[in-house]
Ligand binder design. Sequence first.
Ligand code: PMP
Ligand code: GLN
Length: 386
Amino acid sequence: MRTPLAARLAGQGTTIFAEMSALALSTGSINLGQGFPDVDGPASIVEDAVNAMRAGRNQYAPGWGVPELRRAVADHQRRFYGLDFDPDSEVLVTTGATEAIAASLLALVDPGDEVVVLEPYYDSYVACIAMAGGQRVPITLRAPDFRLDLDRLRTAVTPRTKLMLINSPHNPTGTVLNDEELSAIAQLAVERDLIVVTDEVYEHITFDGLSHRPLATYDGMRERTLTISSGGKTFSLTGWKVGWAVGPADLVRATMTAKQFLTYTSAAPLQPAIAAALTMADDYFRDFAASLQAKRDRLAAGLEPLGFKVFKPQGTYFLTTDIRPLGYDDGIDFCLGLPERTGVVAIPHSVFYDDKEAGKPLVRWAFCKQDAVIDAAIERLATLVR
Ligand code: PMP
Ligand code: GLN
């Protein structure tokens, strides 16, 4: 029989995260691959969800999301970024940021449209652009700095460009786009009348005093930007899959048009719990980022003496290394052999690139793990150089 997979999904296979997590399980390895914390977020949020279930909030939520979460998301955008959105027409609750990405691309991209996207890509971008029939046009963030190449940004946009898909803080490089980079994106979007979809799921995970600034805050951007985020990262509840898209009513309505036929509506009892979480005091957000910064530093301090070239991220859960100083040059081979050899799982960058060479010697490590787990992973990795 011919392959049943539709041509537009050819080559998508299984996500690298699922593949590597399965390998971690089957080899009993420490999983520094898929980005999920090994300690759950605040117990009070979990209690709120349990209470919502006990209170009978177990039937379909409104398609747009429960009112208190839409309000909480709008309040969050005002509190942290000074942005005003109408909870009734400019906020859509989704099943994780993943659904917001899928629904927005399906809603906004026509076959043949070009989508300018940062490479290395988060894997769902590639699949969703393909499902929409669009063409991806990459802008590569290159080692050692992983900064946005402003000349390439200008040449990437053509008359066929429908939208730019931006991610900052950026997975997997850890780049937090700076003011010059964000201004250049904003200027170009306004000049060429482009939509921008921006994935800001790591908005509260920035380090060294840097803060995240949404693209929607730039001149001319509020009316053309769809901002996507989720509670998964911010509250260490990645399995809950409560996300949202915020933007001008026409972009949000378009996204809703697709979303209603993907999941119709998202998990009802989890929504009030995330609404309450978004109102937590500033201390929570500050302490959370500080704790991840300490973990970043702990992992970096363990990997550097082993010979890895470490690129310290400015944000996210992830740190990237170059493996060439240890005598390896292919991240895929390295990561496939690593569990057997050392009992540790990591993610090869090259699966996130069209330009395979740019990602070949790079490997991503998740540090959203308990200190003892990071230390044990370092201990195991030390056998590579013994
Ligand atoms: N975007 C990026 C950049 C991510 O790293 C992730 C992974 N968690 C997501 C989107 C998906 O978020 P969610 O789990 O809320 O669907
Ligand atoms: N965002 C997580 C990561 O980058 C993975 C989420 C997933 O498995 N889709 O590791």
